[in-house]
Design a protein. Structure first.
Length: 368
């Protein structure tokens, strides 16, 4: 059911909410992600940052490149938990140059946006555990993911979905909150695109009455489509579903605690790390990678080519480099010590080598 384009239900306005971060912390974050212009604490406090859609897209891209999506804190530390509180996330990402998963990433990003003058709030999502199975109803998790709603324009209720914390198949650009047919955004390259649709939870106990149900009866869904190397498009896959209710810090911290301590699920059973990089920064000595990068650039206008990305993905014993539709294994890990070294070499995560003692006996250990 198509809906009126680009707004929250009933055209709601997001309020200006104070950031959890000081102007000094926001300035540090801008410097850490490599924003091309520096802003003083006074300028940030005075609202000098231009909170435009173009800047929102740039901030999203720079944040994704600066901070890997990872859960090493869950396995290579003594307490085996992820600190996703605002100050904990700032310390880990901005000060210690590490990463986090959705609650830490999107929580920090949302508060940085608030401090720069954007009107934003967090929402909760349920992840589809069977995205490859497009013929059957999705199987959703509990509300285990966080997304961010943003209204960038002064006096306007036009709303965008932003997500810097989903991992390797998530959004890399803001998308208008609309399920109209033409509303798609490109992913890392032109071989990947996202769209929004509306639907009901397959296990819902509520009966949707009437031929024209209201927007309140429907949840949003984020979908992904990949184009193969031969140019054919794969079916759209449903990644996650979400409503417009607000996710508060206590909700995020409690959900993260369950994820990091309950002995099940992808984060409990795996150590994973995903790092985005600009396609322009592909290894110049790797002829195969350079050729693939150039092929991706040729598919888009010149002004878009500089925004294209690729990613390194560590999952299990494999480290892969994904450029467009190409995915190549570049390392096969034999031990936890090797993994810690590769985390530094490839992903920029500097962990002490003796941290491997903390993963011993846990499901993701490579040493058994």
């Amino acid at each position: 059911m198509p809906t009126d384009a680009g707004t929250l239900q009933d055209g709601q306005i997001i309020k200006h909410v104070p950031s959890a971060y000081s102007a000094s912390q926001i300035s540090q974050w801008l410097s850490r992600i490599g924003f091309p212009r520096s802003y003083s604490d006074v300028e940030i406090s005075g609202g000098a940052f231009p909170h435009t859609l173009d800047h929102l897209e740039m901030l999203t891209r720079l944040h994704l490149i600066a901070f890997p999506f990872e859960n090493t804190e869950m396995h290579y530390t003594a307490n085996h938990t992820m600190d996703v509180s605002p100050q904990g996330a700032f310390e880990r990402l901005v000060v210690n140059h590490k990463g986090s998963y959705c609650f830490g990433q999107n929580g920090l990003f949302m508060n940085m946006l608030r401090g720069l003058g954007y009107r934003a709030y967090a929402g909760s999502a349920r992840v589809n555990m069977t995205p490859e199975d497009v013929k059957n109803p999705p199987k959703f998790t509990a509300t285990s993911h966080m997304v961010v709603f943003v209204q960038p324009f002064k006096g306007s209720n036009e709303t965008y979905l932003v997500d810097v914390g989903f991992g390797s198949t998530g959004l890399v650009r803001p998308i208008l909150l609309s399920d109209t047919e033409g509303n798609t955004v490109m992913g890392t390259t032109a071989t990947e695109k996202h769209r929004l649709r509306r639907g009901v939870h397959p296990s819902s106990s509520l009966e949707i009455a009437g031929a024209s149900p209201s927007r309140a009866d429907y949840l949003w869904t984020l979908e992904l489509c990949h184009t193969k190397s031969d140019g054919t498009s794969l079916p759209w896959r449903l990644l996650y579903t979400f409503g417009e209710n607000e996710c508060f810090p206590i909700d995020a911290e409690n959900a993260s605690l369950v994820i990091s301590t309950k002995p099940e699920g992808i984060f409990w059973n795996n150590l994973l790390c995903i790092k985005y990089e600009l396609l322009d920064d592909v290894d110049p000595s790797d002829e195969e990678a350079r050729a693939k990068a150039e092929a991706e650039r040729r598919q888009v206008p010149e002004h878009v080519a500089s925004t294209l990305m690729f990613k390194y993905v560590m999952f299990g014993r494999e480290v892969r480099r994904n450029i467009g539709s190409s995915s190549v294994t570049i390392r096969t890990l034999g031990s936890d010590l090797e993994r810690i070294r590769v985390l530094k070499e490839v992903f920029g995560l500097d962990l002490p080598e003796d941290a491997r003692v903390h993963i011993k006996g846990r499901a993701p250990s490579l040493d058994g």
